[in-house]
Design a binder for this molecule. Structure first.
Ligand code: PHE
Length: 378
């Protein structure tokens, strides 16, 4: 009798365990991990990305989830930094057993975790990492399981170079962090496009992520009489450089890329500057206005590009799972390659490198406000 009870109990346990496995028929959830820099140098990036992604999951669950299952969000803090990002990625794969990851935000964190995604056959979509190598293997081939929801830096660099030239500026000085893949790449792509289109780079200086005093290199910028100061870093660095440049009497117009996008960008330090970005809340397309209204209702703030791309990336992933019809990352990656999706930040189809081809906007920082200045198609 005792053995019978024991066998019965074992059977029940086995049934429960199977039912909780992702992909098991009739039960369980589909887990999506969100790897975002909630702490570290750029916390607004993490909070916005997480909030956008969670809203997409909430909306999908309200409509019944995906493949008839509820979606479970697993949020991990990846700090915009390689080691914590790798730890977070290993944790969500090994402990939480996720098959799908939205993240990371920063290219320098997305590059190492993309290799883990590829090795473990886990589908990863970075909402915002713009460095080309995120989706590429060392030999230049495309990582099968890795995608992104944003345009890439050769385009973004060209947008800002042409924008600067269109304003009549012919000379530029570039400041960049050699140790940051995104910053280094964008500096290089800007330089290439600026010089190829008739501009001249009159100076180039590097710093490290730990630097807080930029006075020595800003003296060189002032002396160079450059018309443009290109600083393609994140808002935390731009705030320091911008404030110190004003103290040094630098008259060059500051320009940069999507990394400036933050509620914590110091609009005095960046006053008079311009940066490229993925979307503008002033865009009048109904899909954008609907999104801005929904986000505002939920979070009481206007979504930045990170929130928008966090939302878009999560929706792309959900659409690919639905299209694949099965919780199988290999099938989902194949479905994602062929997806056509109307995202808030623009219509998405993926090229051979798993990059969407999308427009960019240029935003102006003026008198304490950030506003739309131009839209540039690829
Ligand atoms: N493009 C940046 C990177 O690759 C991340 C970023 C995107 C930051 C959008 C702000 C806004 O590191």
């Amino acid at each position: 009798m005792k053995t019978r009870v024991a066998i019965f109990v074992l059977l029940i346990v086995a049934l429960l365990v199977t039912a909780c496995q992702p992909g098991a028929a009739g039960g369980g959830t589909i887990k999506i991990a969100i790897l975002a820099p909630l702490s570290g140098p750029v916390p607004t990036f993490g909070v916005s990305t997480r909030d956008g992604a969670l809203l997409a999951i909430e909306e999908a669950n309200a409509k019944g989830g995906v493949l008839g299952k509820k979606i479970e969000a697993i949020v991990a803090d990846s700090q915009c930094t390689p080691d914590p990002a790798v730890n977070a990625m290993n944790k969500v794969i090994e402990q939480d057993k996720v098959h799908y990851v939205v993240g990371e935000v920063c290219s320098k964190a997305s590059i190492p975790i993309s290799e883990i995604a590829e090795k473990n056959k886990v589908v990863m979509i970075s909402p915002t990492s713009t460095n080309p190598t995120v989706t590429l293997n060392a030999d230049g081939s495309t990582k099968k399981y890795v995608f992104r929801a944003c345009f890439i830096d050769p385009f973004q660099g060209t947008v800002m170079a042409k924008f600067a030239l269109s304003k009549g500026y012919k000379t530029a000085f570039i400041l960049f962090d050699q140790g940051n893949d995104y910053v280094r790449g964008l500096a290089e792509f800007f330089e290439k496009a600026f010089t190829e289109n008739g501009g001249q780079i009159v100076g180039k200086e590097t710093y490290t992520a730990q630097d807080t005093d930029f006075s020595a290199i800003l003296t060189k910028v002032a002396e160079s009489k450059a018309e443009v100061l290109f600083v393609p870093d994140y808002y935390n660095i731009v705030n320091l450089v911008g404030a110190q440049a004003k103290e040094k009497g630098v008259t060059a117009v500051m320009m940069g890329g999507d990394g400036w996008d933050s509620a914590d960008l110091d609009k005095n330090a960046a006053n008079g500057g311009f940066f490229s970005n993925h979307y503008s809340p002033e865009d009048t397309r109904p899909i954008v206005q609907q999104w801005v209204a929904n986000y505002q209702k939920k979070y009481n703030s206007v979504p930045d590009a990170l929130a928008t791309l966090g939302y878009d990336a999560t929706n792309l992933l959900i659409a690919a799972i639905e299209k694949a019809g099965v919780d199988d990352p290999t099938k989902v990656a194949e479905a994602m390659e062929k997806l056509e999706y109307e995202a808030v930040s623009g219509k998405v189809t993926f090229d051979a490198q798993h990059n969407p081809i999308k427009s960019a906007v240029v935003l102006a920082v003026k008198d304490g406000k950030v506003s739309f200045a131009a839209s540039v198609a690829p």
